[in-house]
Design a protein around this ligand. Sequence first.
Ligand code: NAD
Ligand code: UDP
Ligand code: UDP
Length: 343
Amino acid sequence: AISTSTVIGRANPGGGRRVPVGLKKPPMRIVVTGGAGFVGSHLVDKLIARGDSVIVIDNFFTGRKENLVHLFGNPRFELIRHDVIEPILLEVDQIYHLACPASPVHYKYNPIKTIKTNVMGTLNMLGLAKRIGARFLLTSTSEVYGDPLEHPQKETYWGHVNPIGVRSCYDEGKRTAETLTMDYHRGAEVEVRIARIFNTYGPRMCIDDGRVVSNFVAQALRRQPMTVYGDGKQTRSFQFVSDLVDGLVTLMESEHIGPFNLGNPGEFTMLELAEVVKETVDPSATIDFKPNTADDPHMRKPDITKAMEFLNWAPKISLREGLPLMVIYHLGLTISGPKVEQF
Ligand code: NAD
Ligand code: UDP
Ligand code: UDP
């Protein structure tokens, strides 16, 4: 265990300072783990724009400095190369814990590292939150529902997950992370929040990320066939990244623990998605059917009633509106290297 003698005063227990009505909340110090990644970098932009100070912890496994380079030199921004599997000492008000590879291609690349990140990484960040009295938000996933037998999925559904499959490092890892989060809440009085994120896409997703939206867009732009796995009838619901980031911040600032589904209920088969990419990028784009991967969930669609009711949150951007924004970003990448503008 780490010595507690290093506590330099509790900046703002739980980030929940009582602010008199009418006064603006004072700026906070916030850790974002995984902040160099796709979702994390957009979240950091929002927090910096709001006036907070942000410390990013990232080991650059799937994240990139390019996603944050526009913030270098900002005195309210710090970037620490660190693996969350190792303990760390910091003094902050809030912790957004995102560090974890999210694409099946990446998380299956080193499953032991993935489960260590989910279990030991989450444990360390909860230990940090406990020591300094920070509020902690876990980015969990719709994968905790596994190959669901309930459709659409509500937060009350316990899931249908294979504990020994090739996806288990990720979905069982996130389920354990949720358990740890609730145990630190109940057992150590840490203020916690849990978001269950459904498939999200947008600018700064790596072009070789391996997830379906970035694959189809990259393939259509390169005039290669779009690779549909299996028969293409499996469904997913796709959320634009700015909607997710709004939901994460709203949840963190709310008085509700969750878990909350954060996703866009618009549901598409992979063949329908390929059709939308075709309309958006290249009407002559073709499809190449490939064998499906093991344990691929057949369908996924969030029931977001709970988030609408308690957080007053709902996604605003449809797939047909969001996809062109991603295409513009990827076009920029193929022409001139990574883009750093904000979205
Ligand atoms: P991403 O791969 O772009 O970002 C993950 C970030 O975490 C990267 O910057 C990576 O370098 C960092 N990281 C990974 N392991 C680490 C470690 N051990 N120590 C420190 N940093 C580490 O993925 P993303 O899409 O931005 O996902 C962010 C979070 O949201 C993840 O926790 C993911 O499980 C969750 N999520 C995302 C989606 C989605 O569709 N994007 C869906 C459900 C859940
Ligand atoms: N931890 C950390 N930073 C801190 C406090 C704790 O990284 O500021 C780590 C700590 O090293 C441990 C984990 O968080 O591995 C859980 O901490 P906790 O105090 O809950 O457990 P203990 O150290 O008593 O086992
Ligand atoms: N998929 C596909 N072609 C690809 C990549 C993925 O048809 O090039 C399918 C995959 O089999 C799954 C769905 O798209 O059914 C979503 O996969 P992704 O990896 O994006 O996310 P998941 O929801 O599985 O984590």
